[in-house]
Design a protein around this ligand. Sequence first.
Ligand SMILES: Cc1ncc(COP(=O)(O)O)c(C=O)c1O
Length: 423
Amino acid sequence: MNRRQFLIGAIGAGLVTTFLLKPSDSGASYSPYFKELNDELMENGPYKPSMVVDLDRMNRNIQHLLQGLSPDLHYRIVAKSLPSPELLGHIMKEAETNRLMVFHQPFLSHIAEKFPKSDVLLGKPMPIKSAEIFYSSFSNSSGFDPSRQLQWLIDDRERLVQYRELARELEIKMRVSIEIDIGLHRGGLQSPDELAPLLDIILANPDRLELGGFMGYDPHVVKLPKIVKSAEQAYAESQQIYQGFLDLVKIQYPQIDIAELCLNGAGSPTIALHKKETVINDMSAGSCLVKPVDFDIDTLQEFLPASYIATPVLKKADSMTIPSLESLKGVLNWWDPNTRQSFFIYGGKWMAKYESPVGLQESGLYGTSTNQQLVTGSGKIDLDVDDHVFLRPNQSEFVFLQFGDLLTVKDQKIVGRWPILKQ
Ligand SMILES: Cc1ncc(COP(=O)(O)O)c(C=O)c1O
């Protein structure tokens, strides 16, 4: 090969590489669903970043969750994943359940007041001071009776002793549920051998303590790489571990009636597995009802996304211009057709993915902002100032709390403004 042929070859290879790496136009306008939502928000929206919850879709998810559920398996709503009293009330009614799982002391205090008939299980062990704060601010005017309707979560003997002391000091009775590790390794009792010291304390203090049941959470089952273990195998193992704890109770503590205990487990990722066969009688799930991005997993395929961040476009320009790189504007816009329009949106930097219009993206060169985020898109995107950009939250428990009242919609029309749970 002579020098000329080499140069032509190198230039050709460079052009092919450039062609292959050059981003293609990924823009598209609103789907009919988001067009209708945008029309409604332009007409009746609050013109600030908002969390929109689609009640039609959520109700379908509730029905899907309940479909084929054995009457022996009770549904418990995970409150942290749906953090609004009205939202919880709506789901309690639709799903005909009064069972809630709570993870935060202020939420617990609020729920005890707002839902006097609820049955509450803590989803994590609370510092003893949190429990003390709960009782010191609790007035039983609503009718909620913590000694019957609340189960604190206990993960070891030391914490149980703290709770016993508090119960003695306050002259009350506390129900406790024991956290067991069924493979997640996030704390709790590691093996049935650790049970006896706790059960002995509970049984020796019948005026102060009562065993509510067990809690074993298993999301790891569907998260392990398939090459390590199949979901079915991991599920069977976690069930076996759970059963091991129950067997010990059966054999060594025949005075405890297992059928009367609350045997809690599951979570959105594993409800489908528990619906087929399970050792638990109390199944908790929350996120699947609004299905944020992190729940796009095989076991939840039939659930529909039901929550979106909607935020107005504040400013629009023909192309993206980077400070101090103004002269490169033409090259940048030629290189990536998805930068041919730029928009500044109201707020930004949420844990969320851009959903509609399709093809919006942030610029690594421009950076991020919680105040006015720059997003760019191709010329195919039909979006103007005061239109809305829609994002899908990655998860609900924290993101839902960032926008004030939830905007609930039915048929793409706003039907409610539901306050979030107080912090
Ligand atoms: C103890 C426990 N149970 C159940 C869940 C499931 O909640 P979700 O269905 O919202 O994933 C969680 C989530 O963190 C949890 O910690």
